[in-house]
Write a protein that binds this ligand. Structure first.
Ligand code: FAD
Length: 307
């Protein structure tokens, strides 16, 4: 395709990457996922814009991936173009109590920088293994904090290729939800309004949370964090455990016997294994407790048989 050739040339000149048929497994924390037709790893905003505009010209769907820590990619992979905002989008600046950071940086890294500078508000994010862009998109949260509580503005690339900065209040945040996916925006940068805090006290709090996670989460296997959203007033893990599914296995995927809202990859798990466990958990919990669980992880791509 001459449009993608031109993009490849522009990217090569600027040190960015474009690959074809690239396994998504290397971009997800579950280490699962078939190939992306085209994977682009731009190094600046102009390249993101160029990639999106080529995709539009040749009618390719575009999907943005951050650190793949909330993503199940089906075994047949993703049709169209996947844009990966990685380490090239890591710039971070602090001005007074405000922290401005690009979308590809790990949100935990941004949170640790803030803490060391004596700025409080993002401590909860020190344990979340996603990118800033993914954390904004998902309204990630933990330990009583959520991105929406500290985000002041966000800069996105719109579907009409404009770079827009808007107040956080325009993102329709809710529990693990923002309107970023439905608008087809690509988050480029976020600005957080923090407050002064004592670094020692913040670090102590974060260490205690970390110790608790080490004991309660199966972190030695590839996983995607919580698979299901917590239903109102309850916990998905409690319901799945009560349904007797701790340790249940399909192929190389298992519902963790440490934390029932985690599905772990025991080695060579496939997306179909994980999807079968998701279905089994949904059915069992609904049959026994009348609650229909909803996934928190985003499921994308196609089944293998359709290729
Ligand atoms: C061990 C573990 C623990 C976890 N603990 C927590 C927790 O405590 N709290 C919590 O909320 N989550 C948790 N998660 C889930 C996950 O880390 C968060 O949802 C995180 O915010 C996802 O960020 P990501 O960059 O990995 O996004 P991805 O998984 O790459 O993508 C998730 C969604 O965001 C979109 N997206 C990503 N980047 C952009 C961008 N720049 N612009 C537009 N859209 C984008 C994707 O298209 C997709 O729809 C955990 C995961 C793991 C593996």
């Amino acid at each position: 395709m001459k449009e993608t050739d031109a993009l490849a040339e522009m990217f090569a000149d600027a040190g960015a990457r474009i690959c074809f048929d690239e396994p998504m497994a290397r971009l997800t924390t579950w280490r699962i996922g078939g190939p992306a037709d085209i994977l682009v790893e731009p190094v600046d905003v102009e390249q993101v814009r160029a990639a999106v505009s080529v995709a539009k010209q040749i009618d390719l769907p575009v999907f943005t991936v951050g650190r793949g820590s909330n993503l199940l990619v089906r075994d047949g992979g993703v049709r169209g173009m996947v844009i990966h905002l990685g380490d090239a989008f890591s710039r971070l600046e602090i001005s007074g109590d405000r922290l401005r950071v690009q979308a590809g940086r790990a949100v935990m890294s941004a949170a640790f920088v803030a803490m060391r500078q004596g700025l409080s508000g993002l401590e909860f994010a020190t344990l979340i293994p996603g990118s800033v862009g993914g954390a904004v998109t998902m309204n990630a949260g933990a330990h009583g904090g959520e991105i929406k509580d500290v985000l002041s503005t966000v800069t996105v690339l719109t579907q009409t290729h404009e770079v827009l900065t808007m107040p956080a209040s325009e993102l329709s945040f809710a529990y693990r939800h923002s309107k970023v996916p439905e608008c087809g925006w690509i988050v480029l940068e976020a600005e957080f309004q923090l407050v002064p805090g004592d670094p020692e006290q913040m670090q102590e709090k974060v260490r205690a949370w970390g110790r608790k996670r080490q004991q309660t989460q199966p972190l030695s296997y590839p996983n995607c964090g919580s698979v299901f959203r917590n239903p109102p007033g309850d916990h998905a893990a409690r319901l799945i455990e009560a349904a007797g599914l701790k340790g249940a296995r399909v192929g190389q995927a298992a519902i963790s016997d440490l934390h029932a809202n985690f599905i772990v990859n025991l080695g060579e798990a496939r997306a179909t294994d994980v999807l079968a466990l998701i279905q089994r958990a949904k059915d069992a919990v609904e049959a026994q407790f009348g609650v229909r669980l909803q996934t928190e992880v985003r499921v994308v791509g196609e089944d293998e048989t359709r290729r």
